[in-house]
Design a protein around this ligand. Sequence first.
Ligand code: MRU
Length: 338
Amino acid sequence: VDDGSGLPNSVEWVAGSIRLLDQRTLPGTVTYLDITTVGGLCDAIESLAVRGAPALGAAGAFGVAMVASQFGDQASVRSEAERIASARPTAVNLRWGVDIALAAYERGGGHAALAAAQQLAAADIAANRAIGEHGLAVIPRREGGARVLTHCNAGHLATVGYGTAIGIVRAGFDAGLVAHVYVDETRPLLQGARLTAWECRALGIPATLIIDSAAGSHMARGLVDMVVVGADRIAANGDVANKIGTYSLAVLARYHHVPFVVAAPMSTVDAATASGADIEIEDRPGDEVRGVGSAATAPEAMTVSNPAFDVTPADLVTTIVTELGAFTPNELARHLVS
Ligand code: MRU
């Protein structure tokens, strides 16, 4: 599946294996991993070779298709599928993608699982394009175009194609509504600096990289017209789990009267999770914080707290844009029960 941007695909099925763009080596080199085992897939997910909620959903679905082609019995396929689904806990799309392919397998075998995964992947690009279109309405109108701040990477690389938050930026840029993107570095793993900055440059969208702690001062100086981020899970009440630091941005945006927009497909909305308090937040290794790359930046034995995600309460979210349209968190919550 190709989104037409010329950017390399984050996840695709190639001749019986899962081809992942290795996001760990970006922006330096474009390399791929051809995944043929569940262990390999779980390693790739845990080490963030493939990352971003929608890309994880597709990787999970293709993972089940791979397992179904390798194991003859249902019990093994189910238990291998469970290994994949639990490789990372916060992005609901991973389990969602696994469950869809597993249900297809149980109905129609390996071919059905692969067909379901392919369909899910194509639907992700379509959803992201729709998010981009619906997002046009929420971009503040400003002479010369809006200046948008984003966090982490919710772009092409985090999805099967086109991106969610960056999907809105792309659609807005193409429509002349977005002039500039401020990209948070996104400590500790630098998804903003490594991935979003790289995407913006590849797409020709003017962008400036800032350290995470400069977001507030840029808002205070009147340089930010909108914050737009992705999501790993949206609870039934509209609370949003996303990359650590998102919550701080939402608090800053509220103080500075800047709209705070969340872009995500409905596959990220989890009606079964009542509120943000029920979302499991992944804790990651302390070494990610004690250093940058292989360089130590803290004492070796330093105690570290490294939650990979935080929860932004619905009250701080101005708009949630999905493929179905732009909603306030309350409207989305009502939509889920209707
Ligand atoms: O740890 P990561 O890089 O997988 O975290 C990704 C994010 O937090 C993204 O914002 C989210 O998954 C949405 S991607 C469209």
